[in-house]
Design a protein around this ligand. Structure first.
Ligand code: SF4
Ligand code: SF4
Length: 353
């Protein structure tokens, strides 16, 4: 029995057809707000609150934005203040029950990485409050030309973080696994009485995009690659638009700004997503910029994914979703950049060893 089969075979399961799965999605709405992938335009998908279960998309390649938008919104008011009496008010943070339906394994891993970041040191109250009472229901996907989560240790069927995992066999055949007590209770309350268990054969799902080295070797390469040519080569094409940061499930940098009214009596503090690929990101008072050149910003972004945080966390901070490659207006592909880096490393090692 291989590793994939072992990971799912431990869970009880039930087989549902499309109608039953949509009914189950409708039932979930009695338990809290349900968010699931919906079609947005011809080829794009987005996590939205479920109003009509018939509009939920089960089989999709990836959503434009990952789940971070629910826990760290693109713009949020942190506080409102009154200058005269030096007082301030904090907004209410919504921590009501939420169910995220149809989440891919790499996006779940993205949430778990943000949990790690926002729980360390001074825990980040707003993120962690929003994150409370969240249940995740995973679903399988067919890797397209951009997915490479298999190269960073995340199988399609990785169930970590999920209460339920759904394996799509075909468009009218879904195998639903109860991965923890919450998931089992939900299925029982929906009306499932008989579960199957034991041997289960998964579909073979091959990743077309692959990193050339095992992810465990990458931090050592990043240790040596600071002055490699690859950074300048990539930055000749890069527009410095910051799209790659915005769509990334593990990018979380933000900017905080205070605004006051014209009478200088009241104001608010706002936090919004920021991007290390933008020129102003590393600019400080006096106009000094620590990463003025695009190649420096590209290098920094990739070090954040495969070296700096990885040294603490133990796994890459890239979950291989492929969003930065798909949505890059300059067609810069993460897998190609890392593989070019590996190639340059091999060439240089040959020269200098
Ligand atoms: S999305 Fe592409 S062009 Fe824009 S900053 Fe990122 S790598 Fe550069
Ligand atoms: S760096 Fe790119 S591929 Fe990796 S997690 Fe972020 S958006 Fe996805």
């Amino acid at each position: 029995m291989d590793k994939k089969k072992l990971s799912l075979v431990q869970f009880k399961r039930v087989r549902l057809n499309e109608k039953q799965l949509r009914n189950f999605t409708g039932f979930l709405k009695t338990k809290g707000r349900v968010y699931a992938p919906h079609r947005k335009g011809e080829k794009s998908f987005s996590f939205q609150e479920v109003d009509d279960p018939s509009k939920v998309v089960f089989n999709y390649p990836r959503t434009i934005l990952p789940l971070k938008k629910f826990f760290q919104p693109p713009i949020e008011t942190l506080l409102e203040f009154t200058i005269n009496d030096n007082s301030y008010e904090l907004p209410d943070i919504d921590n009501k029950n939420k169910i995220f339906f149809g989440v891919h394994s790499y996006d779940m891993q993205g949430v778990l990485r943000l949990d790690y970041v926002f729980s360390r040191g001074e825990p980040e109250y707003n993120y962690l409050k929003r994150r409370e009472n969240s249940t995740f229901i995973g679903i399988s996907f067919e890797p397209d030309e951009y997915h490479f989560s298999g190269s960073v240790g995340i199988d399609v069927e990785n169930t970590e973080g999920f209460s339920i995992f759904i394996d799509i066999v075909d468009e009218d055949n879904y195998v639903v696994f109860a991965c923890d007590n919450t998931g089992e209770e939900l299925l029982k309350e929906y009306g499932i009485k008989d579960f199957e268990s034991g041997e289960y054969k998964l579909k073979e799902r091959e990743f077309k995009a692959k990193l050339k080295y095992h992810y465990g070797r990458l931090p050592q390469i990043f240790e040596k690659c600071y002055n490699y040519d690859v950074w300048k080569k990539v930055s000749e094409r890069c527009l410095g638009c910051g799209n790659c940061n915005l769509v990334c499930p593990t990018c979380y940098c933000f900017d905080v700004e205070d605004d006051v009214d014209l009478k200088i009596e009241m104001g608010s503090r706002t936090r919004r997503w920021d991007s290390c690929m933008l020129n102003e990101f590393a600019m400080v008072a006096g106009g000094e910029n620590f990463r003025k050149e695009l190649y420096q910003r590209t290098r920094h972004r990739l070090h954040r994914k495969f070296k700096y945080i990885t040294d603490h966390y133990g796994y890459p901070f890239c979950v291989g979703c492929g969003r930065c490659s798909q949505y890059c207006p300059a067609d810069i592909n993460m897998v190609e950049v890392v593989n070019d880096l590996i190639k340059e490393h091999e060439e240089r090692e040959k020269v200098y060893v």
